[in-house]
Ligand binder design. Structure first.
Ligand SMILES: [Ca+2]
Ligand SMILES: [Ca+2]
Length: 75
């Protein structure tokens, strides 16, 4: 049961996790300003601060999703 639940969760989260993993160069699950700017050079420190809604200095999946939804990250 546990394995099935984890597989389902991974499937459901798979799409949401894609955005962050593309930008997360070192794969630690958090996206720093350096990693954002490597993919989106036009993102300024102010833009990054606006995306980092919990102000921990890095973007998690939820913050990446919110930034994309808000149009702050344009590929
Ligand atoms: Ca990272
Ligand atoms: Ca954050």
């Amino acid at each position: 049961m546990k394995r099935i639940a984890l597989t389902l969760a991974a499937t459901l989260l798979g799409t949401a996790a894609m955005a962050a993993t593309e930008v997360d160069a070192n794969g630690d699950g958090m996206v720093t300003i350096e990693e954002v700017q490597a993919t989106y050079p036009e993102v300024s420190a102010d833009d990054f601060s606006a995306m980092d809604t919990n102000a921990d200095g890095a973007l998690d999946d939820a913050e990446m999703q919110a930034a994309e939804a808000a149009g702050l990250l344009k590929s």
